[in-house]
Ligand binder design. Structure first.
Ligand code: URA
Length: 234
């Protein structure tokens, strides 16, 4: 149970003071009944309205997770572990979902949030958000591969890709690849199209968010104010 003014301020739409004013003015209802006391305590999952408009009382939460291999980028699954199983119980009940999917065997940066509009901005192809992966393939990456990726490839399976940046690294078969879309198995399909099966894949960044390398696989932390500000500026 939480104070009503705190619940409303937690949505990010009003300051605590503004929330108190709205409540005292009789503009806020909880489960259909006008609530006039800012200090009244309610379940944040109750239904709230301001001037009759529904408002979610659930606080917006933003977590950076270092996804380990072996768990699904999903919120529930009857048989297999999901990324939500890596969180403590109180964070499994606030409507978090992964922003985009990593394959079960892919590791790395995954943003978990309950902010639908932000997820939409990050995922929409119109916003051209860069996603950078470290990839290890079987085979040797050539200059021709780099040029084909940069030009925008049509894959052997028919997928038409936007231009992508492929940067070979020192290690044989290792590279950074940056794409602006997130089609199903996209990196693996792009590499397969050049006859190079992916043996390891890890997402390092998504837009302004960079995987915190102090996070061990399977661990998570809230985004910092600077990371939140960078996302808000997208
Ligand atoms: N591309 C893939 O093939 N798999 C991922 O998990 C992410 C990008």
């Amino acid at each position: 149970m939480e104070r009503l003014d705190k619940i409303l301020a937690g949505t990010g739409r009003w300051s605590r003071k503004e929330a108190r004013e709205l409540i005292r003015a009789g503009r806020v209802a909880v489960n259909g009944a006008t609530a006039a006391a800012p200090e009244g305590k309610y379940d944040p999952a109750a239904s709230f309205t301001v001037d009759g408009e529904p408002v979610s009382g659930q606080r917006l939460v933003y977590l950076m997770l270092h996804k380990p291999a072996g768990v699904l980028s999903a919120t529930e699954d009857p048989r297999q572990s999901t990324v939500l199983d890596l969180l403590p119980p109180h964070l499994r009940r606030v409507g978090l979902f992964p922003v985009g999917r990593l394959d079960k065997d892919t590791e790395g940066l995954l943003l978990l949030t309950n902010d639908g509009p932000l997820a939409h901005r990050l995922l929409s192809p119109r916003h051209h958000v860069d996603k950078t992966y470290f990839v290890r393939v079987q085979g040797r990456i050539t200059r021709e591969d780099v040029e084909l990726f940069a030009a925008g490839m049509t894959l052997r399976d028919g997928l038409v890709c936007l231009p992508a940046r492929l940067e070979p690294l020192e290690g044989e078969g290792e590279a950074l690849i940056t794409i602006q879309e997130g089609k199903y198995h996209q990196v693996k399909r792009m590499m397969a199209s050049r006859y190079m099966p992916v043996v390891y894949l890890k997402r390092l960044s998504m837009g302004p968010l960079v995987l915190d390398e102090t996070l061990m696989p399977g661990s998570w932390r809230p985004l910092t104010p600077a990371e939140l500000a960078a996302l808000a500026a997208l």
